[in-house]
Design a protein around this ligand. Structure first.
Ligand code: ATP
Length: 232
């Protein structure tokens, strides 16, 4: 079992956003965290990555908790935020070097991986570029490459498809599918399930900070008819 969230209640200061949330993400599966604006998706992520502390309940990642072993816990996580977080004073190559150092990756293996990923996302000739010269979508691709050179056990990707062109969306989905086969787990947030429906194993539907429905991705339209809109 990769991620296990048990009876989590949490939020910001005195504001309780999440109320008694429980779900698990088995190894090698993708869970779509679905909900309308303000339903609590980002708040859930903020708890998993340790930006917020639970008011109640627990979050366990492969039997580790953030409280007991923060370094080992975080080493298992790769997070791709909705808004890319890049360092304006570092080149693309330096961003990758930073990731390799932070995750203590084998340099040779990681740079080989980086080379393949940079080619997929058409960034291979931009290693000396600074983020100011990147478009929003290119910044997002930088974050994707940084995440996928790690050997994280759980990838958390917040609204992955908003700024990406169709080719990049397909490339990302292909990468996700191949890492799933290696046992890596994914938690993706999205407003509607359509784009990832065939790649998701299960969904968790949040409404007002509570789980309003959950189940196999194939049952989404049956269990959440109110979000069954045609996106394409
Ligand atoms: N930094 C914050 N301080 C206080 N309240 C916050 C903060 N961030 C979010 N909230 C509140 O928490 C609730 C859930 O917000 P959250 O960002 O988790 O929703 P979301 O499902 O990610 O929404 P969206 O789809 O718009 O990104 C909302 O009522 C929001 O106002």
């Amino acid at each position: 079992m990769s991620l296990e969230i048990k009876n989590l209640s949490g939020g910001y200061g005195k504001l309780t956003v999440l109320k008694d949330i429980s779900f698990t993400i088995p190894d090698g599966t993708l869970t779509a965290l679905v909900g309308l604006n303000g339903s609590g998706k980002s708040t859930t992520i903020n708890h998993i990555i340790g930006l917020l502390n639970p008011k109640q309940g627990s979050i366990t990642l492969n039997n580790l908790t953030l409280g007991e072993n923060p370094i080992a816990y975080k080493a298992q996580l790769a997070y791709i935020p909705e808004q890319p977080i890049v360092y304006e004073e570092l080149t693309l190559k330096e961003h990758l070097a930073l990731t390799i150092a932070a995750y203590q990756l084998d340099e040779k293996v990681a740079w080989q991986r980086a080379e393949q990923l940079l080619k997929i996302f058409r960034l291979e000739d931009k290693l000396t570029w600074f983020p100011t010269h990147f478009s929003k979508g290119m910044r997002q691709k930088v974050m994707i490459v940084m995440a996928f050179i790690t050997e994280a056990k759980l990838f958390i990707i917040d609204e992955p498809f908003l700024g990406l062109d169709v080719i990049a969306v397909n490339d990302l989905l292909t990468l996700i599918d191949s890492r799933k086969k290696e046992g890596t787990s994914f938690l993706l947030t999205t407003h509607v399930l359509n784009t990832i429906a065939s790649h998701a194993d299960q969904f968790v539907y949040l409404k007002d900070g509570q789980i309003a429905a959950e189940g196999p991705a194939t049952d989404f339209s049956k269990l959440v008819p109110e979000l069954n809109v045609n996106e394409d």
